[in-house]
Design a protein around this ligand. Structure first.
Ligand SMILES: NC(=O)c1ccc[n+]([C@@H]2O[C@H](COP(=O)([O-])OP(=O)(O)OC[C@H]3O[C@@H](n4cnc5c(N)ncnc54)[C@H](OP(=O)(O)O)[C@@H]3O)[C@@H](O)[C@H]2O)c1
Length: 324
């Protein structure tokens, strides 16, 4: 059996595709044969050591597959059941098999295939909790969404539109602009070519946007604050360009009594009820066809390094999957 493990944090070479023993399901856990693992930017932070973890560890915060065996005390799951998961504690989805606590699993409804499920558990659920929980969007709100053609970006655009917001997306290329428009962005700014602060101000008649969703981080943070209207909210949620340096709270006052939050999706799906509610809602939207899932490409588990290279090299739009 194979898994992609990190023994020493670092660059792409830190990912080792290697033989591991078949895990046994401990009490309260379930052994799953993995159909697909989602690749997320957080995997690159865990690999590089930006988000430190005890080594060695198997990468991968989300996946989907079928139940093979259940540990003692597990009720509600049987071999053959189709399940998916997202977890802050690593249960290693870059692998052929994973052992996941039953409490972290979500049943995959009929009409949703396992690859679609693996593709939405992080990026889809993140977007859903951000526009419904972190900053509930209302019709009339204008949201600025960075990297709008990315995996999380496209999901944010789609879900912000579902809530009736006006959406301004940023992207780096003409091709990505098409992708962001297809996802529903009303306006798209190519921030690689024009100043997005000036454009966001112009597009809002000088007022500024109500909320910014910023997963790019270092390169966009300061200008993102400058795009906000008085008492607007900055939702900083990632470090695709690098982590943001320390922020002086006085800045929030100077820029118009702004709100700053730095959410992690895991804190919005930690409780069993919230996990089922939020992931269940996203999976139901996929099943009904209301939420199209854009899978950019599937790579083999042994190509995990190539997957990280593509993601960090800004060469993807939508979701990257690894299949055993
Ligand atoms: N806090 C949470 O709970 C949470 C949950 C999910 C995701 N996230 C964060 O959301 C962000 C997006 O994650 P994702 O997995 O959906 O990836 P993604 O958006 O599909 O890929 C990252 C995108 O960021 C943009 N980008 C801008 N500057 C970049 C740079 N210097 N290097 C690389 N990319 C750059 C690129 O789009 P352009 O080429 O258009 O600029 C790139 O395609 C990440 O920061 C991730 O950590 C956070």
């Amino acid at each position: 059996l194979h898994a992609v493990r990190v023994h020493q944090p670092g660059g792409l070479e830190a990912m080792v595709y290697e033989e591991v023993r078949t895990p046994e399901p401990a009490p309260g856990t379930v052994l799953i044969k993995i159909a697909a693992a989602g690749v997320n930017f957080i995997d690159t932070y865990q690999r590089s050591g930006l988000y430190p973890l005890p080594t060695p560890f198997t990468l991968g915060v989300e996946g989907a597959g079928t139940v093979v065996a259940v540990g003692d005390g597990v009720a509600g799951y049987r071999p053959g059941d189709r399940v998916t998961w997202i977890s802050r504690q690593l249960h290693g989805s870059y692998a052929e098999y994973a052992v996941v606590p039953a409490a972290r699993l979500v049943p995959v409804p009929d009409g949703v295939d396992l690859k679609q499920a693996a593709a939405v558990m992080t990026q889809g659920v993140t977007a859903y909790t951000f526009v419904n929980g972190v900053r509930p969007l209302q019709p009339g709100d204008t949201a600025l969404i960075h990297a709008a053609a990315g995996g999380t970006g496209q999901m944010l655009v789609r879900m912000a539109k579902m809530r009736g917001a006006h959406v301004i997306g940023t992207v780096s290329t003409a091709e990505k602009e098409q992708v962001a428009r297809q996802a529903g962005a009303d306006e798209v700014i190519r921030y690689s070519e024009v100043d997005f602060e000036t454009e966001a101000r112009r597009l809002t008649g000088g007022r500024g946007v109500d909320v910014v969703f910023d997963g790019v981080g270092k390169d966009t943070f300061e200008k993102s604050l400058a795009c906000l209207r008085r008492r607007g909210m900055m939702v900083l949620f990632g470090n695709a360009s690098g982590p943001v340096p320390p922020v002086n709270p006085l800045l929030l006052g100077q820029k118009g009594s702004l709100y700053l939050t730095r959410p992690m999706v895991f804190d919005y799906v930690e409780e069993r009820a919230e996990l089922l509610e939020n992931a269940g809602a996203v999976l139901a939207m996929v099943g009904s066809g209301r939420l199209p899932v854009h899978i950019d490409r599937e790579l083999k588990l042994s190509q995990a390094a190539e997957a990280h290279r593509l993601l960090q090299g800004r060469e993807t739009t939508g979701k990257l999957l690894l299949t055993p």
